[in-house]
Design a protein around this ligand. Sequence first.
Ligand code: FE2
Length: 381
Amino acid sequence: MTAATIDPSGQILTLETNTGARRFHAIWLRDNSPDPDTRAAGNGQRLLALRDIPADTTLSAASVQGDKVRVSFAPEGKTVDFDLGWLMDHAYDLPAPADRGRTAPGITTWGAELMGNVPCGDFAQLASDPAALRDWLELVTRYGFGKIENGPVEDGALFKVVDLFGFVRETNYGRHFEVRTEVNPTNLAFTGLGLQAHTDNPYRDPVPSVQVLYCLESSAAGGENMVVDGFAAAQKLRDEDPAAFDVLASHCARFEYAGEEGVCLQSRRPMIELAPDGEIIAVRFNNRSLSAVTDVPFDQMAAYYAAYRRLGEIIDDPASEVTFRLDPGEGFVVDNTRVLHARKGYSGEGTRWLQGCYSDLDGLRSTYAAMCRAGQKEAAE
Ligand code: FE2
């Protein structure tokens, strides 16, 4: 049984429920009113600016009516029915999360133990079965990467992967880029050397938040792909040495790429990026494109370098890495704000041809969330 009360000032509504009391401010309730004068019926967009709502808004009446909470606002004299479930889902009267370095709900951090259980989808199934695609997108969201198998072996097949969830992000490397040994490499990714695990293109702002790599030929020995959970690495650093975590999270690094005519990409961002409440929201780690760090005070530079070195050691630790081979018709999608990727070295005999492109997480998350909503709607009907 739920009861609604208003405090004497009219500023605060309290809902007493089976799970405890939740308080809501009058101005928050008014700004979030679900009525058709406040929210567009079709797309739900807000029709008012805050300036349209009186600053002296108070609650003049409130009552619970079944699964609705009826609230009246003064001085407008407006009465609105809130969905009780919506209010409880959006309650903010909760203890503030205090720990710096935690991750968002819905994320599971991992290390080498994920090796036997790499998130994977069958291309034909993902393309034809919405439930299979939704489940695979859930895995990509949870673990920050997902493999695809049994896809077409044809030039540009990676675009069909992107079509499953979003849109290609074009860059100066083109709509896509080729990854294979070249005689005159301008970028180490095009040589046969093994690379340290990294996030791609930290010198872009905003960074491309999804990368797709897709294999078309693979007859050279070695060249396995490897991924490392950057959030898990950052958390391990925090657990070992909170001061080291803080020095990386509190200062901007600088990244740059100017390896071709007419291009000078530069960014200034921390290696571990936190939201204002301390949640880890991004990791940038790329030895090749880190430029001179100048945003760390002199008396902290030695500690900064020690922390950077330790983060690299955690990333290089085999206990952090998951490796898998990509055969022709296989690819993987990676959250480039979280999961680092690398390629083991491979021999010069034979060929290895991958195509890569960028996309963005907003499209991937939108596709996943819309599929979840559609599924809930269907279940409710
Ligand atoms: Fe890369």
